[in-house]
Design a protein around this ligand. Structure first.
Ligand SMILES: Cc1cc2nc3c(=O)[nH]c(=O)nc-3n(C[C@H](O)[C@H](O)[C@H](O)COP(=O)(O)OP(=O)(O)OC[C@H]3O[C@@H](n4cnc5c(N)ncnc54)[C@H](O)[C@@H]3O)c2cc1C
Length: 490
């Protein structure tokens, strides 16, 4: 499978010690690639490429892995994430839940071995509604999630219930599955900061957040210890002969060089389609622009230990009568007066004394070209903050004196049904790890583990076909796409 000649020239260990996870972030090489030969060349040092390098080397024992990126590691989409994770995914089938459970297992292993250097917590995702008709829908959703493998359901209908809130830090010894809370006293007792008309909560438990940069840098460091080399440059061409990958042409400050390799992994994030074209393959992905907003909750409206909160009802933004009248006069702004889509969500960010609160609302998405720097709707911060006042009425205190907000984001690179692409491509020796959408930080370990199984020719997990490009060749699957339903995007 892996030739000795490759192994002998490519185990050029890059073992410079480092005492800090962050210090390596900008350390890329621009000199000649050791031996100009590699066992595997990965295009992209986002979380996907780094996780792939880590799993190939540290967990599969494959030497001679080179990662090529024209930007510093983890600086494009992987720098923009809200860094949340969940095993809470819809069907059809259990592939997403199984993959995420595997990914979370792997992240927990990494958290344990590293002393939780990336601060993984297990606060859960708290879905909330004020619509009584949603109550039984929550129960059904929780039951469905249980059948897909997310864990058991506990329904809390009376004040004496044994609902256990999540701790602010850590992830050990926590329940899986979900708690559906419909008793008003229990809701008020544990979540007094939520809207008083909240009638039901669904607390999905194998969910939380972590530092994506720290996770990525920890994996990069482990991969470097196993000889992975991070090369600065742009993958301009993938060479093939007889239908097989033979080399990768990298352009950079020092000119162009070719790395001879039998394997190429396309982990190019929002450019995965462009890099696919270098192999003559049109990958079925598109990009959507997504942003998050950060502001200081100086009044402490949201307790620092709060979970991720997602309001599942449509929202009408709070405006004064005058503001409403003004907005109605501008056609492009009228939608801000109408009912806006469900799904505004937010959470506290940062430990210790951090006052930062994050908010996200996917109220307006359309496929677009990936262009950098990314530009966002100048009104996004205000719209999100106003939207968040529905589940968290205390935030209305900021509307008269608007806090400084930072809006940041990037692109979700998605397939039509929002399931990523992982596995071999029609050109022998070429692989893809892309289309990680809005869940690439949480899924990267599971996805890279799957990719490493393909490359190491190990037995594949049952969920592998759900992420293989050739699923689109199956007429039954293609027909299913037309009636897919919920894609799991928040
Ligand atoms: C606003 C927002 C919020 C999000 N929130 C979450 C969240 O809460 N949880 C979660 O799990 N995920 C979240 N995501 C999604 C997550 O950030 C992405 O899925 C993930 O970062 C994608 O990683 P990637 O490695 O595929 O791409 P990237 O991080 O974009 O990396 C791709 C790399 O490829 C390089 N590259 C491309 N073409 C070439 C070339 N030809 N030559 C050399 N290098 C090349 C680029 O320079 C780049 O560094 C969010 C995303 C956004 C935008």
């Amino acid at each position: 499978m892996f030739s000795d000649s490759y192994l002998s020239v490519t185990t050029v260990a890059d073992r410079q010690p480092s005492d800090s996870v962050g210090r390596l972030s900008k350390r890329v090489e621009s000199g000649p690639v050791g031996g100009a030969r590699a066992e595997v060349v990965i295009c992209g040092a986002g979380i996907a490429g780094i996780a792939a390098a880590y799993h190939l080397t540290a967990r599969r024992g494959i030497a001679g892995v080179v990662v090529v990126d024209e930007r510093p590691a983890l600086s494009l989409t992987s720098d923009k994430s809200a860094e949340s994770y969940r095993n809470w995914w819809p069907g059809p089938g259990d592939a997403m839940v199984a993959l995420m459970n595997r990914s979370i297992d792997l992240m927990e292993d990494l958290a344990r071995e590293s002393g939780n250097v990336f601060l993984m917590n297990r606060r859960g995702y708290l879905f909330a509604t004020a619509q009584p008709e949603q109550v039984e829908r929550y129960v059904r959703a929780a039951q469905e999630a249980a059948t897909l493998g997310a864990g058991p359901v506990r329904v809390h209908r009376s004040p004496g219930t044994d609902y256990q809130p999540a701790p602010g830090a850590g992830f050990e010894a926590q329940p899986t599955g979900s708690d559906v809370i419909v008793d008003p006293d229990v809701i008020r007792r544990h979540f007094p900061y939520l809207a008083p008309d909240t009638v039901a909560l669904l607390h999905a438990r194998r969910c939380g957040w972590f530092s994506g940069q720290q996770l990525g840098m920890y994996m990069l460091e482990r991969a470097r210890e196993k000889g992975v080399r991070l090369i600065e440059g742009r993958v301009d061409r993938v060479e093939t002969a007889g239908g097989r990958v033979t080399g990768v042409v990298v352009g950079g400050r020092d000119g162009t060089r070719t790395i001879a390799t039998p394997r190429f992994v396309n982990a190019a994030g929002p450019f995965v389609r462009d890099v696919g074209r270098l192999l003559g393959i049109d990958l079925p992905v598109f990009c959507e622009r997504h942003a998050k907003v950060a502001f200081h909750d100086t009044l402490g409206v949201v307790p620092r230990h709060a979970p991720m909160m997602i309001w599942t009802d449509p929202v009408r933004l709070p405006w004064t009568d005058d503001e409403r009248a003004e907005l109605r006069e501008v056609e492009a702004l009228q939608h801000l007066v109408d009912e806006m889509p469900a799904g505004v969500h937010g959470r506290p960010e940062g430990g210790g004394d951090s006052p930062v609160m994050l908010g996200v609302w996917t109220y307006d998405v359309a496929p677009t070209e990936a262009r950098f720097p990314v530009e966002f709707d100048p009104a996004y911060a205000e719209i999100v903050l106003r939207g968040l006042t529905r589940p968290l009425p205390g935030l209305a205190a900021y509307l008269s004196r608007f806090p400084k907000c930072i809006v940041d984001g990037g692109y979700y690179t998605k397939t039509r049904e929002n399931r990523f692409l992982c596995g071999p491509l029609p050109v022998e020796g070429a692989y893809v790890l892309g289309g990680l959408s809005g869940y690439g930080m949480m899924s990267s370990n599971g996805a890279a583990d799957l990719l490493a199984d393909y490359i190491a020719e190990r037995p594949l997990p049952p969920y592998a076909p759900a992420f293989h490009l050739d699923r689109y060749q199956d007429p039954t699957y293609r027909a299913q796409l037309d009636t897919w339903g919920d894609s799991g995007q928040l």
